[in-house]
Design a binder for this molecule. Structure first.
Ligand code: PAF
Length: 282
């Protein structure tokens, strides 16, 4: 497994991994991450391993997607452990650039997907998706993967990036993998590192709220406002949890829907100071 910190080295390693110059090329999969890897990330690496001849994983805590009062400096960084985990998954290349390598002082180009980037997490975290789409565009150009793997847990990110891939004609397949949960239902997230034992228990209310929505739909409820109300009542049972949003939206546009069939039900809430997200597709 090669660990590359520079763009030039990663580009030439990826050309080899894609089998450039050979009669029969090889498929290259990319799993973009910010490190602090957990089973959710590893499930993406496994999906890439199963679907592609070679796998690259990027580890880069991307400053441009954090707001001024967010957790960029304290975001968990567990590089040695991440490398050991990825080696075990049979990953071929880790691309782990520095901030200066990705964003030299002279760079002034950003990628913005208008509309969808301002909804859900984009509404709560202004500028967040501009950072995500910019860094992911750069990663797509540097690694030039045939397939790129993302987790459904970041449902709004999936909508924004899927649109970017379509709008900008990136020649790759965009693969979305299911949410990985702990046995008690908590969706895996690197930010779970921040939770105290008590907060971790409180955080389970996000999953319970979504389960309530599923139950309501199974018993015939079809009104999105009623579903939002039902989820809100469950979330209100945990006083340590402050709701950011509960939304029933079209999974592609993130716009509100009246017909809940096929809708995305997404929640974001602060547990103490940690902002967590979770969702289900109906
Ligand atoms: O989902 C993440 O971890 C990040 O937003 C991503 C896609 C790696 C871009 O920095």
């Amino acid at each position: 497994m090669l660990i590359s910190k520079t763009i030039a080295e990663a580009q030439s390693a990826c050309a080899q991994l894609r089998g450039e110059g050979r009669v029969v090329g090889r498929t290259l999969g990319l799993v973009p991450t910010m490190g602090a890897l957990h089973e959710g990330h590893l499930s993406l690496a496994r999906a890439a391993r199963a679907a592609c001849d070679a796998v690259a994983v990027s580890i880069f805590v991307n400053p441009t997607q954090f707001g001024p009062n967010e957790d960029f400096s304290k975001y968990p960084r567990t590089f040695e452990n991440d490398c050991a985990l990825l080696e075990r998954e049979g990953v071929d290349l880790i691309f782990a650039p520095t901030v200066e390598e990705m964003y030299p002082a002279w760079a002034s180009t950003f990628v913005i997907v208008e509309g969808v980037s301002d909804r859900l997490d984009g509404a709560s975290r202004p500028g967040h998706f501009r950072g995500v789409t910019t860094v992911v565009s750069k990663l797509f150009h540097i690694i030039a993967p045939h397939k790129a793997f993302f987790g459904q847990k970041d449902a709004a990110q999936v909508a924004v990036l899927r649109k970017m891939v379509r709008d900008l004609n990136f020649p790759l397949q965009f693969v979305v993998c299911p949410i990985v949960r702990e046995a008690d239902g908590l969706a895996l997230s690197s930010r779970n590192h921040y939770l105290s034992e008590k907060e971790r228990q409180q955080a389970l209310v996000l999953h319970r709220a979504l389960q309530k929505v599923e139950e309501a739909v199974a018993s015939g409820e079809g009104s999105s406002s009623k579903l939002i109300e039902a989820a809100g009542l469950v979330l209100a049972q945990e006083p340590g949890v402050r709701v950011d949003y509960i939304a029933v939206v079209d999974p592609d546009t993130l716009e509100d829907v009246s017909d809940v069939r096929g809708a995305l039900v997404a929640v974001a809430a602060f547990v103490g100071t940690t902002r967590l997200i979770d969702n289900i597709l109906l």
